[in-house]
Design a protein around this ligand. Structure first.
Ligand SMILES: C[S@@+](CC[C@H](N)C(=O)[O-])C[C@H]1O[C@@H](n2cnc3c(N)ncnc32)[C@H](O)[C@@H]1O
Ligand SMILES: C[S@@+](CC[C@H](N)C(=O)[O-])C[C@H]1O[C@@H](n2cnc3c(N)ncnc32)[C@H](O)[C@@H]1O
Ligand code: SF4
Length: 440
């Protein structure tokens, strides 16, 4: 047995060593990189029904004869559970109910989907939750119902403030009804009400377009989306234009409409944070930003698309997914196997980079070096674009900037993005091929 005199110093030594080890561990921990962020994604929910077909629209939408909302609701919740589990996503950063016309769904359906999402993953109390609303299905009490169900941002399809244009577009509301909805929405979603307008319509002139926008700018909230009309094959507007019964404005006139709108919005304090989107007072849409920043998103509902890594299957590569388009077939598939994913495509690293480039350059921030490094660890933006003569030419023309912040379009370049992308995508593919060639 050891002399009692030895025990105390040894106990003190052991205690001291424990302290030193603990201190070393703290130091060690402080030097370690921060713990990885929880895996997160945005969530898109597609409501595929509308009251009436607009003349220009070829989105995935159906005019139902008899709608079984209960079945739709239970399939949406089932698919949300399946795909969130499949992605192993722990946090949903935003939710977007789009369509179709999701303001035709009941607030109860919206609340049920949100409750399911919160049970499957963390949905922060302040996460952006947007619902698209058509003026005809968004009266004050209905909007209040959506607010109570958890929606905190509303996107209203106003499209035009000219009744003749609204008729041409096949909309089932007047300008006055659209403004009534905007008024109610601003009370319930102050600072978080967005409006969509379309320009480049048959018969529209720069001054008639600017007049309508000016009227809207007196009344709108802090977010505006402006979409140039795309003539979509298969729509009745396309047919009318093809038959020569409707005159489309010339491309130079449409470009002037866009330019005048950007300037008008800038003059009243809006930031053009993306090609078609303008916000003031920081009202940028975080959901849409996550698309443009190449983040993961899960799409549920007929025809919804998603981009995520199906981690529960042991995969590590991102997939592009699209859900079955037709609602009844989609519901059958969800009932049979928990989801209605129709097509999955594993994206190569080059394809992911192409998307990051195309989407990132739509924003005014563009692609920062840190953002790019998340996707391309071994090839910097400088490696990709720094020595290209064509890129240098675009910089000299004042259309593009590559500097210590990253790669982005200038104000002038943002309006010409499509033509810049031809050069940039070409350069990306070439640099990628050079760097990944055998022996490099
Ligand atoms: C697909 S709709 C869904 C929301 C809602 N049903 C509505 O009509 O407002 C979303 C937006 O897409 C835009 N959009 C639809 N078809 C378009 C087209 N052919 N050209 C330009 N924008 C279009 C409209 O501005 C519309 O507000
Ligand atoms: C054109 S954007 C309008 C956004 C609106 N301006 C805003 O600021 O919130 C919305 C439309 O894009 C389509 N969309 C968006 N995300 C989608 C996804 N993941 N899958 C399928 N369609 C999607 C839907 O048709 C939706 O109605
Ligand atoms: S524009 Fe909106 S309301 Fe019109 S058909 Fe398309 S989705 Fe439906």
């Amino acid at each position: 047995m050891a002399a009692p005199g030895w025990r105390r110093p040894r106990a003190r030594l052991a205690a001291a060593l424990r302290c030193v080890r603990a201190a070393r561990n703290w130091k060690h921990r402080a030097q370690r990189p921060p713990r990885a962020e929880p895996v997160q994604a945005a969530l898109y929910v597609h409501w595929p029904y509308c009251q009436k077909r607009c003349s220009y629209c070829n989105f995935n939408k159906y005019i139902p004869r008899g709608l079984d909302e209960e079945s739709m609701r239970s399939c949406l919740t089932r698919e949300a559970q399946t795909l969130i589990r499949l992605s192993r996503v722990q946090r949903i950063s935003s939710v977007f109910f789009g369509g179709g016309t999701p303001s035709l769904a009941s607030p109860f359906t919206i609340a049920t989907v949100l409750e399911t999402v919160s049970r499957c993953a963390h949905l922060a109390a302040d996460a952006e939750i947007t619902l698209e609303a058509n003026p005809t299905s968004a009266g004050a009490s209905r909007l209040a119902g959506f607010r109570a169900s958890g929606v905190n941002r509303l996107s209203i399809g106003i499209q035009s403030l000219d009744n003749a244009e609204l008729r041409l577009l096949g909309r089932n509301h007047t300008a006055a009804e659209a403004l009534g909805t905007l008024e109610e929405a601003k009370k319930l979603f102050p600072g978080r009400t967005s409006v969509d307008l379309i320009f480049g319509l048959p018969g529209q002139s720069v001054s008639s377009w600017a007049g309508g926008l000016e009227e809207l700018l007196q009344l709108c909230d802090d977010h505006v989306s402006l979409y140039q009309l795309t003539l979509e094959r298969g729509t009745s507007l396309f047919k009318q234009v093809q038959q020569g019964s409707l005159p489309m404005p010339k491309q130079e006139v449409v470009a002037e409409m866009y330019e005048s709108a950007r300037e008008m919005l800038r003059d009243v304090g809006f930031r053009q944070y993306e090609v078609s989107n303008f916000a003031r007072n920081g009202a940028l849409s975080t959901h849409n930003l996550s698309y443009w920043q190449g983040s993961q998103y899960i799409g549920i509902g007929p025809g919804a698309h998603g981009r995520f890594v199906p981690r529960a299957h042991g995969e590590s590569l991102r997939e592009a997914r699209i859900q079955t388009l037709e609602p009844d077939s989609w519901m059958k598939e969800v009932l049979a196997c928990g989801h209605g994913t129709r097509k999955r495509t594993v994206l190569s690293q080059l394809e992911v980079l192409e998307e990051v480039l195309v989407l990132g350059l739509r924003t005014d921030i563009g692609i920062t070096h840190q953002h790019w490094e998340q996707f391309a660890t071994s090839l910097s933006l400088w490696d990709m674009f720094g020595s290209s003569e064509e890129v240098k030419e675009l910089e000299d023309q004042g259309l593009l900037l590559l500097d210590n912040r990253g790669l982005r379009c200038s104000w002038k370049g943002l309006a010409l993005l499509d033509s810049l992308l031809l050069t940039l995508l070409n350069q990306l593919q070439q640099s990628w091929a050079d760097r990944t060639a055998p022996g490099t």
